[in-house]
Design a protein around this ligand. Structure first.
Ligand code: SAH
Length: 353
């Protein structure tokens, strides 16, 4: 039995079943046994692979989109370049390389990273030695324009799950059965926060709520509306909808989220409907499918240019990476890109309606 399972079983015995959100938080961020606290989970030898780890093209094109947004807003002479959840720092390193020749941009950029994991902070420091680190988004410096990128950050935020029962809702919770962690349901209660979901759901439907998402997006949107800037948010998910998207991945395979707490990555779909509503007073463009976003920014031309210098297995890998990022049956459709921008400035290229 893992140490974290023991801790969770004891907690449930003492104070009762916990929400899926509390379970996610403990599993991912427990200060001693949390999944992100203890390891670098990325890459072929890890548990999952993300777009920037698949190909340099992803970060390069995002860098050019952000650079154009900075130019469109008059190339402010000082701005915060921020990334929450930067993983190994690969995406930001690709952004910086791709924007190195944009006159004035690097002199104006102050690099700020938001990272909860000590293990990943160490990995980021190796490729981004000049960054400043923070524990939370609201610690980013205020008053300067904020240009922000987040890839697969919001899917790690804890979610609560509710199943409709009449005009009330049962919450899905994690409880115990002897030495096993098991799912359970609370008795049904009417919930004011889910009143608006009574129109588009039926008995038995599951809806998911991310309690932290509106506050975090509100924080970013408020700063962008007040001081300028833009945010590109890339994640898997859709608009509203119903169903269970809570999943655990270990060693590139889906596993049961309750069997090995702290040993698997836990995620849920991002609700872009809630995200768009929370961005006010900033404007929200998109979401557009990742494949469409990358094609609009010229990924095919970039892929051809890189291919001309490759052959053999390296060329095969490059062609496969292009397909994986853009094809609708791979990441092209499931992943979406939304942008926050000031109402009086155009959205970053690639996210236009
Ligand atoms: N963006 C990277 C990594 C995605 S993995 C990439 O595309 O490769 C998720 C990242 O978010 C990790 O760096 C993880 O440590 C971080 N993270 C997860 N929850 C967090 C939280 N609540 N606060 C800060 N960072 C968090």
């Amino acid at each position: 039995m893992t140490a974290l399972r023991e801790i969770l079983l004891r907690r449930i015995a003492a104070t009762g079943p916990m929400s899926v959100a509390d379970y996610m938080t403990e599993c991912l961020l427990h200060p001693v046994h949390g999944y992100y606290t203890t390891r670098d989970p990325l890459g072929a030898g890890g548990d999952f692979t993300t777009a920037p780890e698949i190909s340099q093209m992803f970060g390069e094109l995002i860098g050019l989109s952000l650079a154009q947004a900075w130019l469109d807003q008059g190339a402010p002479s000082a701005f915060v370049l921020a990334e929450p959840g930067p993983g190994r720092g690969t995406l930001m390193a690709d952004i910086l390389r791709a924007t190195a020749h944009v006159p004035g941009l690097h002199d104006a950029a102050r690099l700020h990273l938001v990272e909860a994991s000590p293990a990943l902070r160490a990995a980021q420091a190796r490729v981004l030695p000049h960054a400043t680190w923070h524990d939370r988004l609201d610690q980013l410096p205020e008053e300067l324009p904020l240009f922000l990128i987040a890839n697969e950050f919001f899917d790690a935020l804890p979610i609560r799950q509710f199943i409709r029962d009449g005009n009330g809702w049962r919450e899905r919770v994690v409880g115990r059965d002897e030495d096993e962690l098991v799912f359970g349901l609370t008795s049904p209660l009417p919930l004011a926060d889910l009143e608006h979901r009574l129109d588009d759901t039926q008995d038995g439907d599951m809806v998911e709520v991310s309690p932290a998402l509106p506050a975090l997006i509100g924080e970013i949107g408020g700063r962008i509306a007040a001081s300028g800037g833009a945010a590109l948010i890339v994640d898997y998910g859709g608009r509203g909808g119903t169903g269970d998207s809570f999943q655990a991945v270990r060693n590139h395979r889906k596993v049961d989220p309750l069997t090995e707490p702290g040993e698997a990555d836990l995620t849920a779909h991002v609700d872009f409907e809630t995200l768009a509503r929370a961005s006010v007073p900033a404007a929200c463009a998109g979401p557009v499918p990742q494949g469409v976003f990358l094609e609009r920014l010229g990924i095919t031309e970039r892929a051809r240019a890189l291919a001309s210098r490759l052959d053999g297995a390296a060329l095969d890998r490059h062609v496969a990476a292009h397909r994986r990022l853009t094809h609708p049956e791979e990441m092209g459709d499931l992943f979406k890109v939304a942008a926050l921008h000031p109402c009086n400035a155009p959205p970053p290229p690639g996210t236009e309606p």
